[in-house]
Design a protein around this ligand. Structure first.
Ligand code: C2E
Ligand code: MG
Ligand code: MG
Length: 595
């Protein structure tokens, strides 16, 4: 017998319809002919569903033709409605879409409108539209069937008509009920779905005492796709049904309202808690309930989950907002190593949003020339002369102003824009270096590890020097993490160009003295934390001596006081950089300072 979760394919639906009809009535003529006929009807109905403008009369004509084909038994109509209601909903993409499209959205035979008729109308309203169309088509089909039957069967008695009418009404009520279920419940697990969750939250927002706490635990099965990939979709469905069953038991015991939002995602609404701690406990209970391991076909798959939590008071519940917050927290729980449960924190949420905004704005900003450089002097500790300047990236946003590099460099690394951005900044810095050439300063440019991994880096740097005319000895490149640099071919290539190479943030963990001797390095920039060891300078003195033995220049970063500057000078540290000497400033200020 056809199941509502069979493929949304008109041909398979027609076959299911045929089986159901044959089970309740005598099918005249060759079976094959009847099947072809039902197939063509199904295709026509499926087409009508997606047709613009929509015309429910297609349904009426199918009803007529059913009777004409002598499939005129009232039981045929009943079976027709029973089979076609869920079938057409799926073809319309409704049930499949509602379950999150785990199978990749509506499956419609090639040649049929592959998109849902209501795509433009947006998910919530659109689901209603599909359902409305299916209802209208099948309503007209029933009318076509009964009216034709009455016309054709001149001998049909009034009693038969009434019986048919009653049956039709009952079926119509059934259709309505099933439509509603399809709209509000997940077809796989039978649990209320996302629409029902939002409905429920709306009622809580208006119905619960304003001060009552309302929480949402959003649970995601980790690596669910690994189960479907290795065991197949049927096993995946089985796992989801099993999860639903286990979670439902916990929810029932503790009065949580459990929902299945599609795919491997479940949500529990918890009211009347005393705050986030209660919700963390609830999340823990839900996670423990998961069927771990999941055993099928002789394989045991470990099953774990992650939970994102959001909570507020009933008066403050905005249903979609609460769901979004829980989804963001779930993202944290999935990505961070801090444990399987994360509670939404509005401050962190704002940071995330800002990050997304900045990421999106970056390519346009690069075109607009919103990235620029400030420069900070590197000062000789003996005579306080400026020996070099470090180029530090800034992003001037039209309204909010300067954004520091800590907020955007890692985003640019993540999206790969760092290559284009880095090149632009390198050329700017080289051009500035040419302008300041008479003062004998070098420009020091930061390179991110992502840039260093670019096989074209050496050629890029050579081209920038060429284009601007800056002598290589006047360019210093700052690299971080000496531990990861030993195998870098790029480093050798850069050194061969004749540029200076400095290890930045030396002493912050990813750099060690042991590697210094192996690297073609000309300078080391000590991280500001070294300044905190000045009370007992033996360590610092040792580092500086070793560097000097290797012919490496030492710059101390973050020098803020006279005392630090003098202590560093006594230790024979070469250069100092920090607010004690100058803050990072626009190039015009540097030009003035050098003059
Ligand atoms: P960094 O290369 O270690 O740069 C030094 C940072 O310390 C700069 O921050 C500078 O403004 C700050 N600083 C300088 N003197 C003092 C001081 O006396 N006290 C304190 N507390 N801070 C001081 P900034 O400009 O925010 O840059 C931060 C980091 O961003 C840089 O650290 C560098 O790693 C990265 N960065 C900056 N520009 C670029 C760039 O063009 N490309 C790449 N890949 N990274 C860059
Ligand atoms: Mg630096
Ligand atoms: Mg540094």
């Amino acid at each position: 017998m056809w199941q509502p979760d069979e493929a949304a394919d008109p041909v398979r639906l027609a076959h299911a319809w045929m089986r159901a009809v044959a089970a309740v009535t005598f099918v005249p003529g060759p079976r094959r002919r009847a099947r072809d006929l039902l197939e063509s009807f199904t295709v026509r109905l499926a087409d009508a569903l997606a047709e613009a403008p929509f015309d429910a009369e297609a349904g009426y004509r199918v009803g007529e033709e059913l009777v004409d084909a002598r499939l005129a038994d009232p039981a045929v109509l009943a079976e027709t409605l029973r089979i076609l209601t869920p079938g057409l909903l799926r073809i319309g993409g409704l049930a499949a879409g509602d379950s999150g499209g785990r199978t990749g959205g509506p499956r419609v035979r090639p040649g049929h409108a592959a998109s849902r008729p209501d795509d433009a109308a947006g998910a919530g309203a659109g689901d209603g539209l599909v359902a409305e169309r299916v209802g209208a088509l099948l309503g007209r089909l029933a009318a076509g069937f009964t009216e034709t039957l009455r016309e054709r069967g001149a001998d049909a008695t009034e009693t038969l008509r009434r019986a048919l009418e009653t049956r039709r009404r009952r079926e119509e009520a059934g259709i309505q009920r099933r439509l509603k279920n399809a709209l509000l419940y997940d077809p796989l697990t039978g649990l209320p779905n996302r629409s029902k969750l939002l409905d429920g939250l709306r009622s809580v927002a208006t119905g619960a005492p304003p001060g009552e706490r309302v929480g949402l635990c959003l649970l995601d099965i980790a690596r669910f796709s690994a189960v479907t990939d290795t065991m197949g979709h049927e096993r995946g469905d089985e796992l989801l049904r099993l999860c639903a069953q286990k979670l439902r038991a916990v929810a029932h015991r503790h009065h949580y309202y459990l929902h299945h939002l599609g795919d491997d995602r479940f949500a529990a609404v918890i009211t009347g808690s005393t705050g986030p701690n209660d919700l963390i406990k609830a999340a823990d209970l839900l996670l423990r309930a998961l069927p771990d391991p999941f055993v099928a076909d002789g394989h045991a798959m470990p099953i774990t989950g992650r939970v994102g939590i959001a909570e507020t008071t009933a008066a403050d519940v905005i249903p979609a907002g609460l769901l979004r917050s829980a989804t963001i927290a779930l993202g944290w729980a999935i990505r961070d190593d801090a444990g399987p449960i994360a509670v939404f924190d509005p401050d962190r949420g704002r940071t995330d949003i800002r990050r997304h905004e900045l990421t999106a704005a970056m390519p346009g900003a690069l075109e607009d020339g919103q990235f620029l450089l400030h420069y900070q002097p590197l000062v000789d500790l003996l005579d306080h002369r400026v020996a070099g300047v470090e180029a530090l990236a800034r992003w001037r946003l039209p309204v909010t102003g300067l954004v520091p590099p800590e907020q955007f460099i890692h985003l640019a690394e993540h999206t790969g824009l760092i290559h284009k951005l880095g090149l632009r900044l390198l050329e700017d810095a080289c051009a500035a270096g040419v302008r300041w050439q008479r003062s004998g300063v070098f420009v020091s440019v930061n390179l991110s590890p992502v840039q260093l991994a670019d096989p074209g880096l050496v050629a890029t740097v050579a081209a920038a020097l060429d284009r601007t005319g800056l002598p290589p000895s006047r360019l210093q490149l700052e690299l971080t993490g000496s531990d990861t640099l030993t195998g870098s071919g790029a480093l050798r290539g850069l050194a061969d160009l004749g540029v200076r190479i400095a290890i930045d943030d030396f002493g912050t963990g990813r750099s060690s003295l042991a590697h210094l001797a192996e690297l073609p390095v000309t300078g080391v920039k000590l991280a500001p934390r070294f300044l905190r060891t000045l009370d007992d300078p033996t360590l610092l003195a040792g580092v500086i001596r070793l560097c000097h033995d290797l012919g490496i220049t030492v710059t101390a970063e973050g020098v803020e006081t006279d005392a630090q500057a003098s202590a560093l000078r006594r230790l024979a540290c070469d250069l100092g950089q920090g607010f004690r000497f100058a803050r990072p400033s626009p190039p015009e200020d540097i030009t003035r300072m050098l003059a």
